[in-house]
Design a protein around this ligand. Sequence first.
Ligand code: GAL
Length: 469
Amino acid sequence: MIQFPKDFVWGSATSSYQIEGGATADGRAWSIWDAHAHTPGRTNNNENGDIACDHYHRYKEDVALMAKMGLKAYRFSISWSRIQPDGQGNVNPKGIQFYSDLIDELIANNITPWVTLYHWDLPLALQTEKDGWLNPEIANYFEAYAEICYKNFGDRVKNWITLNESWVVAILGYGEGIFAPGRKSKDEPYKVGHQLLRAHGKAVQLYRNKYQQKQKGQIGITNNGDWREPLTDSKEDIDAAQRSLEFFLGWFADPIYFGDYPKVMRDRVGDRLPKFTDEDRALIKGSSDFFGLNHYTCSYASNVDPNAPISNQVYGNGGIFEDQYVALSSDPKWKLTAMKWAIVPWGCRKLLEWISDRYGNPPIYITENGCALDDVVENGKVTDTLRKEYYESYLAACSKAIDKGVNLQGYFAWSFMDNFEWALGYSKRFGMHYVDYDTLERTPKNSALWLSKAIQDNGFDFSQNDVEI
Ligand code: GAL
């Protein structure tokens, strides 16, 4: 039997644009994701989050399902343009009311709220009027918005996450252009990443100076990282894997723990990588009370000779290829999810150990981990065996990391229910609850029943002895 530490945080996660719907209800204004999804050709079947899971109107039913599972914590995000339709200035009281009611409902059901302030849905007005995350001023608007949240919810919310996955905002939003705001550039991702870090730093500084002592909460940031395993034992491939991790996770974690970008990034990106002023460095260094990690998969990494012609065959570069010269590949034996992401639980353990070693054993929360499958409802049931195995094996790998001294304090399954999977629309189901998008009915999948039992027992019998963790 695998047992987790007493007080281990068992949670599940969602985000505002992916589940809420009510896109223009009660004074909410559009975000960049509303605009992106309403632009023909940007999402699967031109789907959007206008209705999504209609959580805005059904949050009580959803909290009841969470309570039924025995979830100890629920991570959700606040839609900035529901609180401040223009992204600055006027506050929308009905937006405040919605989140206040949701928080009360969670607490009444003994579920601890974990609140993300920004999960990619920038108020559209800040994009059209102010150039979004390219503009250094956005950090000030973000700080002001964060303050509204601390003031209104901080009496009850004790766990804050400033930003979700800055890497995705920078690379998919401003590098590859497949996510909002849909820009394609080789320079903007680094500029945007820099402003995201500044915005995070300002929001944390404000919380610490004005609210933390009284409200007694913790605040941090969530970054995404997948594991990179060297393809061979050669020094070149070992270095390539390390370089890839630093370009991915180190990009946003090194400034927070060490006060600057990884050296390999500074050397390779040169003047295209912004420099921290002393003031910004002081703001950002030490600005996270915990290490929030979203983790899904693993790849092999190998070195690519910079003099060789760039091949179109180079699979997945995990960032701007010419800055890294790393090729990513996969083992054909690895099982895949519906996203074609490989299921490699030992990659999770190795990444946790890497974080622990590199950043001085910080408290870590896995704020997302999960698996998309082509689920079907049969006789009122969803037999999502592979998802259950995914959670089970990744949690077993987490437990092994804890045994090795990693300070992992909690785990949030992505996701509580099926939802709008960004550019892929409703085609990918990540939920522990199946959502019928015609009727909006929710059905607990077998994985929800399994996790519920694991939560109750604070552990489980690991049934997959042949699986490497
Ligand atoms: C994360 C993201 C979530 C969810 C998940 C699955 O990157 O934070 O919003 O979409 O991936 O793709």
